[in-house]
Design a protein around this ligand. Structure first.
Ligand SMILES: NC(=O)c1ccc[n+]([C@@H]2O[C@H](COP(=O)([O-])OP(=O)(O)OC[C@H]3O[C@@H](n4cnc5c(N)ncnc54)[C@H](OP(=O)(O)O)[C@@H]3O)[C@@H](O)[C@H]2O)c1
Length: 269
């Protein structure tokens, strides 16, 4: 069974982007961690581990590659069984894996239904099934933490002032340059999921948050020209996501359990 002096952390979708930066930030921490770097594709995961060895060569914290596709129940179950048999507990679960297929729909690579259903399967159902599966291991921890990577409450923002696109002229079809509606719907639903897990796990002492990393430069949306659009919109480095997630793991946001936290504020206030 795993040692008690190291926190055991599992990060989904950690071969690249914000997930990779979360693993890196934890490995470089002065606190002790064993981190499961989860990747749906083992080859991509191996490359991420090699990259970590180059970028963070002198760390004493440990990282282990684990295959985990959040849309594949067998894969989730196998990952659970591995952590269960080797560590016997999990201190921190970070549901980071996520995807946006809005541009794939716009580019004619999938139907509108596929675009919505795939986004829901990955971003919402995936996070829920992973959490449901790993809760028994979280309950074995003396300080369990459950994190979802969400946006600030997109519904609140949309209702108040926010839309990522300007008003559209009358007529059909509507040509939206930076389309993210399926993605935004899933992330708004993910806030509901966070609130529900917070409610359900209160008596168990599990601390639950959504963490909004801000607009960051990653391959979310498919990379390529979408990445250029993110750049034009002032997206920050993915490492900012790693830093805020680490601060939640290390207790800086313990006064805001059950909230969506971000460097720009907290929802609900
Ligand atoms: N970038 C932003 O501005 C921003 C803002 C707010 C929230 N977020 C959230 O941050 C999280 C990380 O996104 P990112 O920006 O770092 O994007 P990214 O660079 O595209 O990384 C997404 C990660 O999720 C993985 N993934 C996708 N589908 C998966 C599946 N079915 N099973 C397991 N892993 C899967 C990807 O694996 P592959 O490499 O195999 O595709 C990749 O490792 C997402 O939840 C996203 O919604 C991002």
């Amino acid at each position: 069974m795993g040692s008690l002096d190291k926190k055991i952390v599992l990060v989904t979708g950690a071969n690249t982007g914000i997930g990779y930066e979360i693993v890196k930030a934890l490995l470089e921490s002065s606190r002790s961690y064993h981190v499961y770097l989860c990747s749906r594709d083992l080859e991509k995961g191996k490359k991420a581990i090699e990259r970590l060895r180059t970028e963070s060569p002198n760390v004493t914290n440990t990282v282990e590659l684990l295959q985990l596709d959040v849309t594949d129940d067998d894969s989730i179950q196998k990952a659970y069984e591995h952590v269960q048999s080797t560590q016997g507990r999990l201190d921190v679960l970070i549901n980071n894996a996520g995807a946006s297929y809005d541009f794939a729909f716009k580019d004619g690579k999938m139907t509108l239904r596929e675009c919505f259903n795939k986004a829901y399967d990955t971003n919402l159902t995936g996070a829920h099934v992973v959490t449901y599966t790993f809760v028994p291991l979280l309950l074995k921890s003396s300080d369990p933490r459950l994190l979802f990577v969400a946006g600030l409450s997109m519904l609140t923002q949309a209702a108040e002032k926010y839309f990522p696109t300007p008003p559209l002229p009358a007529g059909w079809p509507k040509n939206v340059d930076f389309e993210t509606i399926a993605y935004r719907c899933t992330k708004t639903a993910l806030s509901m999921l966070m609130l529900d897990w917070n409610h359900k796990l209160k008596a168990d002492g599990v601390k639950v948050w959504s963490v909004s990393p801000g607009l960051l430069l990653t391959d979310l949306g498919g990379g390529g020209y979408v990445r250029e659009m993110l750049k034009e919109r002032g997206a920050g480095p993915a490492s900012e996501g790693g830093a805020i997630m680490k601060s939640v793991v290390e207790g800086e946001w313990d006064a805001y359990v059950g909230k969506i936290v971000s460097k720009d504020g907290i929802v609900p206030r």
